[in-house]
Design a binder for this molecule. Structure first.
Ligand SMILES: Nc1ncnc2c1ncn2[C@@H]1O[C@H](COP(=O)(O)OP(=O)(O)OP(=O)(O)O)[C@@H](O)[C@H]1O
Ligand SMILES: [Mg+2]
Length: 262
């Protein structure tokens, strides 16, 4: 708490918090009863998170930015707390019909937003350049990569995957995209979305970017990748039924593979 900038400390005086341990990207999350402080390394993504939240306010249920400061290469984002329950909360996981309806609602509401004036762009032209930077700088996070992506059955290394992604770009259908549409980043109340968080990769992008990561997150949260192995009989394909869209498996595979380089 010592290093927290004074402008932000002023909001926190006398309030107690708990530490959240869900985030995978090395950020520190302090949960206050009605606010959240996200502390992470300063980066373009951290800046975009603030920009996206401000741009989406009034259009979609997103937290309100209360204060944002960068001090000594560290970014401090104080925001309101999202309403509802996280999609991977047990109460949702036990009700796959409601969960997939809520996630489908979350996707469809994004697509209804007129994104022509959106300040952030995440089309493949931008995404692949960012992926290339990550590959060059050795920033690919191997701890969070699916075991089959690299190795005998997969790509030789991140560069080989990048080359494949450049050579196999699908036709894009631009919409407003969350950018990291996984269960811990979407909050809901019943079958409706009540909060989108972690918007640093959001912006104008192909519709299938979010569908792909939502599908993967459903599959992984019900499967054996996170937590205990469960045999729930749940099929993540239920998402497509709720969306009323047939799965485009080539695009889904493409965007899941692209995400391995972030
Ligand atoms: N505004 C908020 N309201 C409620 N909970 C929040 C809020 N911001 C963060 N959290 C909680 O903290 C967790 C991690 O936050 P966030 O996703 O922003 O961090 P992250 O480190 O970028 O995560 P990751 O990279 O794993 O997606 C969320 O999944 C959520 O449980
Ligand atoms: Mg997150």
């Amino acid at each position: 708490m010592n290093q927290i900038p004074d402008t932000i400390k002023a909001y926190l005086a006398g309030k107690t918090y708990t530490l959240d341990t869900i985030g995978m990207s090395g950020s520190q999350i302090l949960l206050f009863p009605d606010m959240v402080l996200k502390i992470q390394s300063a980066s373009a993504e951290a800046e975009r998170e603030v920009q996206m939240m401000q741009w989406c306010l009034g259009k979609l249920p997103v937290p309100r930015v209360l204060a944002y400061e960068v001090q000594e290469q560290v970014s401090y984002l104080l925001m309101t707390r999202a309403e509802g329950k996280m999609s991977c909360d047990a109460s949702y996981m036990e009700q796959p019909e409601v969960l997939t309806e809520m996630l489908a609602d979350g996707l469809k509401r994004l697509w209804q937003v007129d994104m022509t004036a959106c300040p952030c762009h995440q089309m493949l032209a931008q995404k692949l350049k960012a992926a290339e930077q990550n590959v060059k700088q050795g920033l690919v996070d191997f701890d969070n990569v699916a075991p089959e992506t690299f190795g005998p059955e997969g790509f030789a290394d991140p560069q080989a995957l990048l080359d494949w992604l450049y050579a196999n770009q699908p036709v894009e259908e631009p919409v407003l995209s969350h950018g990291d549409f996984c269960l811990p980043n979407v909050f809901g109340k019943g079958n409706q979305v009540s909060g989108y968080i972690d918007l640093g990769r959001g912006g104008v992008a192909d519709k299938w970017q979010d569908i792909a990561l939502c599908y993967r997150s459903l599959r992984d949260n019900y499967g054996e990748r996170y937590g205990e192995k469960q045999d729930t009989g749940f099929s993540p394909e239920l998402l497509f039924e709720k969306l009323g869209i047939a799965p485009d498996w080539e695009k889904i595979r493409y965007y899941i593979l692209l995400d391995e380089l972030f």
